[in-house]
Design a protein around this ligand. Structure first.
Ligand code: NAD
Ligand code: UDP
Length: 311
């Protein structure tokens, strides 16, 4: 049994990770400022004596004694990370710096939840970890993607300079229950719109692609990465099945039985045209690959949003 800190633990991915770690018998410290996360995500675990909730903002330092750190704290939806871009940069840079300082002091292994966004609007397809990316450093997404790039740099420098034991997960689009109703990312938007009979908002022509990973697969990948021996280099974690946004909209309409109309909205600036992970490194080093196809994952997610909409 280990004592494990999960920053951003009340968020979408974080809450599933906290639940998984508790099931494995660990003691879990969940740290969150509840910007996009919610206590409700962990309500069903509140009586577990091995869970401790800490309200804290990672832009400020904190002293704790832990064995491992999963550092997830950061808004992930473009709507939320662009709401206060300066805060997003602080969260990524100062937050990661503080968590690395903590890891160094207590000799804990630390895993950073990085992102496929560090590849920007990629010129290579699918994206391998050795690709350096195509990122606009002055655009509206840069608070997030440049923030995460600096976070990766900090991880590598603390490793080289201070021998901190690091893991870097480059997470590709992940979805599932416990995404917030107002999250603003495509899967939750489409499901909520379809279930409430509102227009399905397609940005651009809907021909841009994404590869969608179900949250249980991702949690398995994160924990395997944390617990594998010697993996300092970043590892892509995502589902390599690629879909256009239009294909996703049609699937959601079919699976919800909705007749909601499609409406076309302007494509946000710097919206990546194609995205699909090359997961050979994760397959080789972690023996990991996703097991939940998009249809099955959507079928497991739709009832969650239906319940939320009923209130
Ligand atoms: P989320 O918004 O649901 O969760 C983020 C959590 O971090 C929330 O609970 C939020 O309240 C907390 N948080 C934000 N700023 C904080 C701060 N300054 N101090 C303390 N807590 C703070 O998003 P998510 O989808 O669960 O993403 C979790 C992590 O995974 C993020 O780091 C994100 O960048 C990364 N990621 C997610 C995806 C995805 O598709 N879901 C893809 C790539 C990377
Ligand atoms: N998108 C869309 N309609 C929406 C929300 C998003 O068409 O209501 C598109 C968005 O432009 C992008 C893709 O869906 O091309 C994925 O967007 P999301 O915000 O989920 O994540 P991203 O991968 O862009 O960070």
């Amino acid at each position: 049994m280990a004592r494990i800190l999960v920053t951003g633990g009340a968020g979408f991915i974080g809450s599933h990770l906290v639940e998984f770690l508790l099931q494995q018998g660990h003691e879990v410290l969940c740290l969150d400022n509840y910007f996009t996360g919610s206590k409700e995500n962990l309500m069903h675990l509140r009586d577990n004596p091995r869970l401790e909730m800490i309200r804290h903002d990672v832009v400020n330092p904190i002293m704790l004694e832990v064995d491992q750190i999963f550092h997830l704290a950061c808004p992930a939806s473009p709507v939320h990370y662009q709401y206060n871009p300066v805060k997003t940069i602080k969260t990524n840079v100062l937050g990661t710096l503080h968590m690395l300082g903590l890891a160094k002091r207590v000799k804990a292994r630390i895993l950073l939840a990085s992102t496929s966004e560090i590849y920007g609007d990629p010129l290579e397809h699918p994206q391998q970890e050795k690709y350096w990316g195509n990122v606009n450093c002055i655009g509206p997404r840069s608070c997030y993607d440049e923030g995460k790039r600096v976070a990766e740099t900090l991880m590598m420098d603390y490793h080289r300079q201070n021998r901190v034991d690091i893991r870097i997960a480059r997470i590709f689009n992940t979805y599932g229950p416990r995404m917030a109703l107002n999250d603003g990312r495509v899967v939750s938007n489409f499901i909520v719109q379809a279930l409430s009979g509102k227009e399905i908002t397609i940005y651009g022509e809907g021909q841009q692609t994404r590869s969608f990973c179900y949250v249980s697969d991702l949690v398995e990948g994160l924990t395997r990465l944390m617990n594998c021996e010697k993996q300092t280099e970043p590892v892509n974690l995502g589902n390599p099945e690629e879909f256009t946004i239009m294909e996703l909209a049609r699937k959601v309409l079919t699976l919800t039985g909705s007749t909601a109309p499609l409406v076309y909205k302007p494509l946000p600036p710097d919206d990546p045209v194609r995205r699909k992970p090359d997961i050979s490194r994760a397959q080789k080093k972690l023996g990991w690959q996703p097991t939940v196809p998009l249809d099955a994952g959507l079928k497991a997610t739709i009832p969650y949003f239906a319940g939320k909409l009923k209130g």
